[in-house]
Write a protein that binds this ligand. Structure first.
Ligand SMILES: [Zn+2]
Length: 164
């Protein structure tokens, strides 16, 4: 095979690999409310296993990636109106303090685009924000635990380290 054709083929292969590997992981998880530069009032820590993203009342909330809603409604867990989304492989994301939820159990929701609720301050919130949790295992079930949502949003991968 001529060298030039080989080079072209190699280049095409590398390009295909970049598209196949880098693009899906970059598109795996997105910021759920406002823009990525939104004001984060509280980051993830051992005292707060979530991130709080401040946003005006009524700002729409979208899932960090596609999945199926497993809970939408009110809970007496200080989270007020909330939506939990299953992303497969035992990964879940949960959005709290919503003014109202606009998803329902069993609904397929598209990451980054479908509105699942609106920012509020229901539950124990003192101001409008989204308290975002990412769970390994069904939220609040025994044996489940929370991981840093930022790591997940940023890279599309979760930290394997068990936090509690
Ligand atoms: Zn919070």
């Amino acid at each position: 095979m001529p060298v030039l054709v080989m080079r072209k083929l190699t280049r095409a292969l590398v390009a295909a690999l970049i598209v196949a590997i880098l693009v899906p992981s970059a598109a795996l998880a997105v910021w759920p409310v406002g823009t990525r530069s939104s004001y984060v009032s509280q980051w993830y820590s051992s005292h707060h296993r979530a991130i709080d993203i401040a946003a005006p009342y009524g700002t729409r909330v979208v899932p960090i990636r596609s999945g199926r809603t497993v809970f939408a409604g009110w809970r007496n867990n200080c989270g007020g109106y909330q939506v939990w989304v299953s992303h497969g492989n035992g990964l879940y994301s949960a959005y709290y303090h919503l003014r109202r939820e606009v998803s329902w159990r069993g609904e397929y929701v598209t990451g980054g685009s479908e509105t699942i609720g609106y920012v509020g301050a229901t539950g124990c919130a003192t101001g409008p924000h989204v308290h975002l949790e990412v769970w390994r295992g069904y939220p609040w079930a025994s044996g489940s635990y929370r991981i840093n949502p930022w790591t997940y949003i940023d890279s599309g991968y979760y930290e394997p380290y068990r936090y509690r």
